[in-house]
Design a protein around this ligand. Structure first.
Ligand SMILES: Nc1ncnc2c1ncn2[C@@H]1O[C@H](COP(=O)(O)OP(=O)(O)OP(=O)(O)O)[C@@H](O)[C@H]1O
Length: 262
């Protein structure tokens, strides 16, 4: 049934906070196999859109549909169970566990429909161990499986955040600035990895990013928000050439990599 339906369909979505029109009539779709970037200057409404898509805030108007299911008023948990994941920073509590245990715990929680006490207290044993290792191999972190998270280099922590999000087996993954704070080489590696996951698992990824080199190099499509409205959508090349987009970013040099700047 869901083959023809878009993975995500956002229809005329709006959000106001006490008179601040943060998001105004935004409509777009995400299909499986897409690595879609949502960009825009500070305050454009990106976080508000993400928070409405995963149920953290309620829209003032409009709808969010996941493969034809209207999730506009669903709780974050219910939306997660429908297959919408989001990358989050690893909480302090989990930094004292190993890389493998973190992934195992999320697999356990996802597949059993809740976190058991033994899992929470770290007695995971062999449960989902092989699956956790397979996921870590996909992410290129299997060599770090037995290390404590707090000992990991920053780039590996960001990879682990992706692995943890994938352990929830999402069909749509929302990523807020996945490469923030990483060195240039690591940023490219993380986005290449994300693109591989999109292809191999045939999921959709929607990400926000301030680094335009990352966006134009890796996104399959780009949506540009400004003051709560979509001002452009299309391929990276089409969006970069759009006069309205250029006007919004004018002077920042953000649309050009160093080699292309005039
Ligand atoms: N809880 C809130 N209460 C009041 N205003 C808010 C709230 N959250 C966001 N806003 C306002 O809504 C607008 C959009 O903010 P939002 O955080 O969604 O933008 P953004 O594109 O994610 O920005 P950034 O790139 O800086 O994170 C801004 O004017 C912001 O000040």
């Amino acid at each position: 049934m869901s083959a023809q339906l878009p993975l995500l369909s956002v229809e005329s979505l709006s959000k106001s906070y006490q008179g601040v029109h943060a998001v105004r009539g935004v409509s777009f779709q995400v299909q499986r196999g897409e690595l879609l970037a949502m960009i825009g200057p500070n305050g454009a409404g990106k976080s508000s859109c993400f928070n409405m898509m995963n149920g953290q805030i309620r829209p003032s108007a409009g709808r969010v549909m996941i493969e034809g299911v209207d999730t506009t008023h669903y709780s974050p948990q219910k939306i997660f169970r429908l297959g919408v994941g989001r990358t989050f920073q690893i909480a302090e509590t989990y930094l004292s566990m190993t890389v493998r245990e973190n992934v195992q715990m999320v697999l356990q929680s996802h597949r059993k429909g809740g976190l058991s006490l033994s899992a929470f207290f770290g007695r995971l044993g062999a449960l989902y161990r092989d699956d956790a290792m397979a996921l870590l191999a996909l992410i290129g972190l299997d060599h770090q499986a037995e290390r404590l998270c707090r000992e990991l280099p920053y780039g590996d922590v960001k990879r682990l955040e992706l692995a943890i999000a994938l352990a929830g087996e999402p069909k749509l993954l929302l990523m807020d600035e996945p490469a923030a704070g990483m060195a240039a080489k690591e940023r490219v590696a993380l986005m290449e990895l994300t693109a591989k996951v999109v292809r191999e698992r045939h999921i959709g990824v929607l990400f926000t990013e301030h680094d335009m080199d990352i966006v134009f190099e890796h996104a399959t499509r780009v949506i540009v928000l400004n003051r709560g409205e979509i001002i452009a959508t299309g391929t990276p090349n089409a969006v970069r050439a759009d006069p309205q987009v250029q006007a919004v970013y004018l002077g920042s040099g953000a649309l050009y990599s160093h080699g292309e700047a005039h």
